[in-house]
Design a protein around this ligand. Structure first.
Ligand code: GAR
Length: 187
């Protein structure tokens, strides 16, 4: 699931194709027509679908359509790779323990929108990224993998975001592998 540039989506595809993640990205879902993620899916030959929230009467109905799409593609793990919408129990319940989000801060610091801007405004010297399972409370599910990123004195939003994203691309495949492994474990 992606809303924007899709660099995390591409990192997952490349991790699979490079043999670092024993998985296949079966389907990309985007909510913004023509977004970068969609262009990457076309270039990489990954099936994609547009589920535009603007055409759905409610969050629940959007999520119902997503659940149907993922079941249709027989997916085991769903990844919110820059999905800039709040999801509902409809999606969370359908993929309990196998819905992963990537967030650009060291949670539990800087939940919600513009975590990079929040970190800059707070003046922290260390931030990072977190891959975690999704629960109903936003950015509060069980942490899977984190990476720390220093904030440099001359950082602006773009430079810090780029440094964080390099770490996201590294930890997100690890988090997917961990999720799949935990699903396979009894009890
Ligand atoms: C990523 O940095 C991700 O952490 C962030 O959106 C970016 C998407 O980049 N997600 C959130 O802020 C969710 N609250 P990408 O489209 O290049 O993968």
């Amino acid at each position: 699931m992606a809303s924007g540039s899709g660099s995390n989506f591409e990192a997952l595809v490349q991790a699979c194709r490079g043999g670092h993640l024993h998985a296949e990205v079966a389907l990309l879902v985007v909510n913004n027509p023509g977004c970068g993620a969609q262009a990457r899916a076309e270039r990489l030959g990954v099936p994609w679908q547009l589920h535009d929230h603007r055409t759905q009467p409610s969050r629940e109905q959007l999520d119902q359509a997503l659940v149907k799409a993922f079941r249709g593609a027989a997916v085991d793990v769903v990844v919110m790779a820059g999905w800039m919408r709040v999801v509902t129990p409809t999606l969370i319940g359908a993929f309990a323990e196998r819905l992963v989000n990537i967030h650009p801060s060291l949670l539990p610091s800087f939940r919600g929108l513009d975590a990079v801007g929040q970190a800059l405004a707070a003046g922290v010297t260390l931030t990072g990224c977190t891959a975690h399972l999704v629960c109903e409370e936003v950015d509060a599910g069980r942490i899977l993998v984190q990476a720390a990123v220093p904030v440099l004195s001359d950082d602006d939003h773009a430079s810090l975001s780029a440094r964080i994203q390099r770490q996201e691309h590294r930890i997100l495949p690890l988090a997917v592998a961990l999720t799949a492994q935990q699903l396979g474990e009894p009890g």
